[in-house]
Design a protein around this ligand. Structure first.
Ligand SMILES: [Zn+2]
Length: 670
């Protein structure tokens, strides 16, 4: 019997046949696909024909089809639905995969052909997208070390392999710490918690077989606990465990791993001729230099810190009035901020939550896409990797556009956070290929499932990424969808969050779970008014993380990252009651892989643009202005990475954005 991962997927929309795939299929399929890809690459490198765009660059584009199939399925389940067998597989695959791509990027014959095409580029009559793909391919090889020789070359290979292993270990340690800790609650400890938080604590207790409700380190459980529990001692205990993830000593400690990763990255950058890893990393970004990044972050830091300090004074006073003396601690901030929100905005999460039903919010995110881009959604009945997953066919004017999959609920074995990935990217070469896109979230499961306002934003955010994939309209898969500069990739997602705040959207879709009634106008006004609430806190915890990430990668790697982190926070004058959003031992963005290393700033860089981009709709007089929506699709959502990010933004808006729109958006403008 053929391995179902490698067979032709004769399924609706050529989706992976999840009902036929078992864990024992992955290893043999992986090995076979790896060998096949290697043979294809060797055939390109050793071709007797003289190098051309078609026999080199386009041939590379189509190579590795089987490997892509196997890995798209494997990484989906390893991230969203892991188990010990899949963790073992990931540990086995990761060094092999690193070695495989290292072998390709170090293939001298292949690089020689790419270089030859690159040097002949002006005489090849290439389209704009082809020139871009050629430039990216050539630059990718140079940055990967293809031009290195001898000992430098060997060392680069070692570094890459080791970094891949360390990144996987970092992730698995974090998951182990998140999974192993929980705090049992007595019935009396539930006092003050809203129903949804009690339900989530009970469900988590059942999953852990704890014989009663528990607090876990899942963001959707611990954050409400910190917001609502009047038990300061329990908040402190839970908070201490939360910030200690990856720093508990023993086998799952990530601190030494972080240090080794930073040292290897710096060595890698220097081998390639860059002063620092940040210089190397930012070369391909819209920001281009560390100075540009620091400039933006520091422009935001001062007003954010001032706002946070003013807020801390208010919260401290509330705490003292509560009979608790001393300084406001990090485990107090969310609790008193929630009380303040209730007092000043008379809007508490528990009252709001029944209006934010998951199903209605999914419908809202779809409806906005219908109004803006004419997309229609039809739910499908297809086998997926978990019963919680749902799938829709996305069409426009009757024509197939994409398949969209949503995997919304938290469970053990799912990585924390939320993400979007393409199980298959859009392409027109060698033939038309419709995207299959998945959003994975960690919402607390219940019937009906209710979201916090933050959760609803996350839903819109990830759906914005999904639109970037689904509306992609390029020729080559390597530049399709979200294959763009890291500091540009959050523009579509953060921009899409703005539609959740369009009053008519909540008015239509925020209906009460029990009564079906629309959100009362007064509450709607408060929700929208509260959007800027506590932005001093949110901006400070984020910018501190981004500045530490940047400093870690400038110049020599710190011998003790934890000491360096402490030093930087002191220099910045970090408010005492706020911690970094992600401290080093659990900063997965930066250490689980290379994606956001010296790139965590990019969320804010993108937010500068999203505020400015949404203003284009406001200037046009409607959040659904058809011409602006068309321009957004034409210049941003359909173009992927086929054009430089700064150029794309200028085509959409006629100019580049500045920091003022961001400060205004966060309520931090003086
Ligand atoms: Zn995102």
């Amino acid at each position: 019997m053929t391995n179902p991962l490698l067979s032709d997927w004769d399924t609706p929309f050529k989706l992976a046949p999840f009902d036929k795939i078992s864990d024992t299929d992955f290893a043999p399929a992986f090995e076979e696909a790896l060998i096949a890809h290697k043979a294809e690459v060797d055939a390109i490198a050793d071709s007797a024909e003289s190098p051309s765009f078609a026999n080199t660059i386009e041939a590379m584009e189509v190579a590795g089809e089987s490997l892509n199939k196997v890995l798209s399925v494997f990484f989906s389940v390893a991230g969203a639905d892991s188990n010990p067998a899949r963790e073992d597989l990931q540990r086995a695959f990761s060094p092999k995969l690193a070695a495989h791509s290292a072998e390709i990027s170090a293939n001298k014959a292949l690089f020689g052909r790419i270089k030859a095409v690159w040097e002949a580029r002006d005489s090849l009559d290439l389209s704009e997208e082809q020139q871009r793909v050629l430039m990216l391919t050539h630059r990718g090889f140079v940055r990967g070390g293809a031009a290195l020789e001898g000992a430098d070359d060997d060392r680069m290979k070692e570094i890459k392999g080791r970094l891949a292993v360390l990144g996987t270990e970092f992730t698995q340690n974090l998951l182990a710490d998140e999974r192993s800790w929980f705090m049992p609650l007595e019935e009396g400890d539930l006092e003050g918690l809203p129903d949804f938080a009690i339900d989530a604590a009970r469900a988590a207790g059942e999953e852990k077989e704890a014989g009663g409700p528990v607090v876990t380190l899942s963001r959707s459980i611990i954050v409400p606990f910190l917001q609502f529990s009047p038990r300061r001692d329990l908040r402190e205990q839970a908070f201490a465990a939360w910030v200690a993830r990856g720093a508990n000593g023993g086998e799952t400690d990530n601190r030494a791993i972080a240090g080794e990763i930073l040292a290897l990255r710096q060595e890698r950058a220097q081998l390639l001729g860059y002063d620092s890893f940040a210089d190397y990393k930012l070369e391909t970004e819209m920001a281009k230099t560390p100075e540009a990044v620091r400039g933006l972050l520091m422009d935001v830091w001062a007003p954010a810190k001032a706002q946070a300090e003013a807020d801390a004074a208010v919260l401290t006073e509330m705490m003292h009035a509560d009979g608790v003396n001393g300084d406001l601690a990090p485990w107090d901030w969310r609790y008193y901020a929630e009380k303040r929100r209730k007092a000043e905005h008379d809007l508490d999460e528990a009252t709001l939550k029944p209006y934010l039903q998951l199903d209605r919010m999914i419908a809202a995110s779809f409806d906005c896409a219908t109004k803006l881009f004419g997309l229609k959604f039809r739910e499908l009945d297809v086998p997926l990797y978990h019963d919680d997953c749902r799938a829709w066919e996305v069409t426009r004017d009757g024509a197939h556009v994409a398949v969209f999959i949503g995997d919304y609920f938290a469970r053990g074995g799912k990585r924390s956070g939320a993400w979007c990935s393409a199980m298959r990217g859009q392409a027109k070469f060698p033939e038309v290929q419709g995207p299959v896109v998945i959003n994975v979230c960690n919402f607390a499961k219940a019937d009906p499932a209710l979201l916090s306002y933050d959760d609803a934003r996350t839903l819109f955010h990830e759906f914005g990424h999904a639109l970037h994939q689904m509306l992609s309209n390029v020729t080559y898969e390597s530049v399709s969808g979200t294959s763009v500069a890291r500091d540009f990739v959050e523009l579509p997602s953060q921009l899409y969050e703005h539609w959740l705040e369009v009053p008519e959207v909540l008015a239509e879709f925020a209906t009460h779970a029990d009564t079906g009634e629309a959100m009362p106008a007064a509450m709607l006004k408060k929700v929208l008014g509260a959007a800027n609430f506590d932005q001093g806190f949110a901006t400070v915890e984020y910018v501190a993380s981004a500045l530490v990430d940047l400093a870690f990668h400038e110049g020599d790697a710190p011998s003790d990252p934890m000491a360096k982190q402490a030093e930087l926070l002191t220099e910045l004058g970090m408010p005492a009651a706020i911690t970094m959003r992600h401290a080093t031992p659990h900063f997965a963005h930066v250490f689980a892989g290379d994606g956001y290393s010296s790139g965590y700033y990019s969320y804010m860089w993108s937010e500068v643009m999203d505020a400015d981009a949404f203003e284009a709709f406001e200037e046009a007089g409607s959040a659904f202005d058809p011409e602006t929506a068309k321009a957004l699709e034409t210049h941003i959502l359909s173009t992927g990475g086929s054009v430089d990010a700064a150029a794309l933004y200028k085509r959409f808006r006629g100019r580049l954005p500045g920091v003022d729109a961001l400060l205004k958006g966060r309520g931090l403008a003086a």
